[in-house]
Design a protein around this ligand. Sequence first.
Ligand code: NG1
Ligand code: ZN
Length: 534
Amino acid sequence: MDSKILAASSKHPKPVDHVFQYGTAGFRMKASLLDSVVFRVGLVAALRSRKLGGQTIGVMITASHNPPEDNGVKLVDPMGEMLENSWEAYSTELANAKDEDVVKVYRSLEQKLKINPDTASRVIYARDTRPSGPKLVQALLDALHATGTEYTDYKLLTTPQLHYLTRCTNTEGTPQSYGEVSEKGYYEKLGKAFKRAMKGKKTVGSVTVDCANGVGGPKLAELLKYIPTGSDGGLDIKIINDDVLKAEVLNHECGADYVKTKQRAPPSSKAGNNERCCSFDGDADRIIYYFNDPEHGFRLLDGDRIATLAASFIGDLAREAGLASELKVGVVQTAYANGASTKYVEKTLGLPVVCTPTGVKWLHHAATKFDVGVYFEANGHGTVVFSQQALKAFSTKEPESPAQASALETLRALTDLINQTVGDALSDMLLVETILAHKSWTPKEWDLTYTDLPNRLVRVEVADRNIFKTTNAERTLVEPQGTQARLDQLVSKFKDGRSFARASGTEDAVRVYAEAATRSEADDLASKIAALVK
Ligand code: NG1
Ligand code: ZN
């Protein structure tokens, strides 16, 4: 195998002087720099699979909401979760090995991790619509061939579809089977669950879906073949920004990240006042809702809103099903969640909130501590996870009334409708649409559940972001010494003031977040804290 790896590696030389890091979103950068990284990620996938006794590992090639010339690669663990933390460091180590040391580092990892090289290794992979995808797939394939890894190429998929298929592959034929191992199986599962969850209800008005000109466009079109739309009840969907042939339009003036950061609808949207709209990102693992309120202008219904909507609906269902005392329902957020959403969950919904550091893996992990764990980043990445105990209760509890039976049936449908492996724009959209249909809500009623505190997020370029060290789920600075005390002092002067500063995990900058009672105070606080950390 050594000579095979060496020969294959020589086709994918590492750019000199470039330092790679497996971050919260895997490796991500200009596609032109990624060839050696993808090859080596292929080697890591083989090792990971062997370490886990031949379970299948997923490899996704995507750069999500980033520009078309970027690309990225990340690994998916057998149950569809993000790669286990310690393996991020092994991936980084192999990605940075000198060309001549690749085999040596591969073998040293094998030894250190006590991996039997004779165990089978299995990988499934897919990519988004970026033009650099096929060439990077070739680099991955060279690694899979060199390591004798069995593989399946799923071609174009959304990131959450690959997570789904990874879990299905590893649970096939077991009592924990997560679904049929095919793209069609994914649509069928969601389609059936949606019909069961909707119970013949219809949403109020239409929903305009902005697919960011990414892989979510064709996949949504496919999904619609499996769900009731238009005249036969169900959903009335208008798809926009679904051009995957022109590479340069991907995520350009559209998509979830554009809408969230610019706080405006994509210019291509023709939706009228009070019409529900949502935007996916380039690989369809994030979703943001919004609408234009004739009185108040553009209204964003972000990840916090989706989390609160889901928690309120599922919390009510658990109560109606007579399971409230048995099951722990909770919400997981990051420090970026609007303070008003946290207060709403704790005070109005009466549910616990846990705060974790940025990065979906932390939220997901914390959510699994609940029986029903709802987690979302404010930017629209999130889902709901159900414990084994919750799944058992939903399927075995004997209903004592028709209302209980109905709530239990809806809960069972939701466990199939929700992609429990990772945030999934397609699945999350069907979840939101189901809830709005049940409540007969327009986006206006949804928006009225609580009022976001005015907030400001600023990116501050600093000489060295690594000197900023935090604790308390990134909300408190422990270094540089004294900075937190000065920050607290500034915050104390603002009504409803809250602020924190942390080093970004994806960009070379410090992010400052501030919220306060009014727009101008939030802006003022943010700029004062930015000046403090600068
Ligand atoms: P960083 O750059 O660490 O703030 C950003 C987002 C996260 C998450 C990651 C990608 C903000 C403030 N931060 O992280 O929510 O999406 O990228 O995993 O939006
Ligand atoms: Zn994404």
